[in-house]
Ligand binder design. Structure first.
Ligand code: SF4
Ligand code: SF4
Length: 324
């Protein structure tokens, strides 16, 4: 019998490489030699794990990195996942999209690319690479190919000043942009609480999306280790190079389990609950607000954020059907 609130997991973050072609200020992947020393995932392992994830009830797989488009076999992974019926997400910095678009066509349900400024010089400072024009070109390319694409703006105290420009960009390009606060996980400064309210002011802005429940959760200090709401290992499973389950989560991984072709049997074993026993209760979990592990907790029980979760969902639906 599966533990916890969710009967089946819903989401898999599939980290296909830790290598990246950017050096973002709010990320430590590119500075972390331990991660960079790990070889990329192999296509054969990914296919086997996707079969297992499907059997386990996972419906959404997010192919992520590092920069996933650096993996030569990514198109085949995406295509395999699409054929299994997953909602296939690709989270990318967008820089290589245009050069690989023809290989990806038809195999990604939705692309998520990052945009924190509309100023090319500032982009170079924030992202550590002089590639703003490349990103814009990739966005135009995706739109011209009718690829569903959504941008994500991760605001820090330095970039929150760009919020109005970015909202205008969304309108001009007729593209959905998710507004999102920068969280802390390696000693980096999270977005200040006062700016959460700045983000919320854009809730009804056309093409802008956000989760009010995530923002409230962030504002109220994130996870409480005495009353944890983290669903790592329940709603969300992290898999990363070379072929490991990342426990409890990528950003604070304290243990890795080698999958070796046994993902579903591991999941249905009694051991699984033990791997994730302390999720949300560890010292580093205090005030954690890494949102992909908490979202379903607003839906799965009579959470005080249930109504706001519904309102955010309604706005997302409105923005998804707005002309693009
Ligand atoms: S693009 Fe993503 S993985 Fe790469 S440095 Fe930036 S935040 Fe990190
Ligand atoms: S609370 Fe945060 S750090 Fe702790 S397991 Fe969950 S996602 Fe990871």
């Amino acid at each position: 019998m599966y533990m916890g609130i969710s009967k089946t997991p819903y989401f898999c973050n599939y980290f296909v490489t830790y290598r990246c072609n950017s050096k973002c200020q709010f990320c430590n992947f590119w500075r972390n030699q331990k991660l960079l020393n790990k070889p990329d995932v192999k296509l054969s392992d990914v296919k086997k794990n996707l079969d297992d994830l499907s059997m386990m009830g996972v419906t959404v797989v997010d192919f992520v990195g590092g920069e996933p488009l650096l993996h030569k076999d990514l198109p085949e992974m995406l295509s395999y996942a699409k054929n299994l019926g997953f909602f296939v997400k690709l989270s990318t910095n967008g820089l290589l999209y245009e050069s690989r678009a023809h290989e990806l066509k038809g195999n990604v349900t939705r692309i998520y690319a990052s945009l924190d400024t509309t100023n090319a010089d500032e982009y170079s400072v924030i992202r550590g690479t002089d590639a703003y024009d490349q990103l814009v070109s990739s966005i135009k390319c995706a739109k011209s190919m009718n690829q569903d694409i959504c941008l994500i703006s991760t605001f820090t105290d330095n970039t929150i000043k760009n919020i109005e420009q970015i909202a205008s960009f969304a309108k001009e390009f007729k593209i959905n942009i998710i507004f999102h606060p920068c969280f802390s996980y390696f000693g980096n400064a999270p977005l200040s609480r006062e700016h959460i309210n700045t983000i919320k002011k854009y809730f009804w802005h056309p093409y802008i999306r956000m989760s009010l429940t995530d923002l409230d959760f962030f504002y109220n200090g994130g996870n409480d280790i005495h009353k944890p709401s983290c669903l790592a290992g329940k709603s969300t499973i992290d898999i990363g190079p070379p072929n490991d389950i990342l426990i409890p989560c990528l950003h604070n991984c304290t243990n890795t389990i080698k999958i070796n072709g046994h993902l579903s049997s591991l999941f249905f074993s009694n051991e699984w609950a033990k791997y994730y026993r302390d999720v949300g209760r560890m010292e580093f979990c205090n005030h954690c607000s890494i949102d992909c592990y908490f979202g379903l907790s607003y839906w799965d029980k009579l959470h005080h954020g249930f109504l706001k979760a519904n309102l955010s969902y309604l706005k997302t639906v409105i923005e998804t059907i707005r002309p693009h």
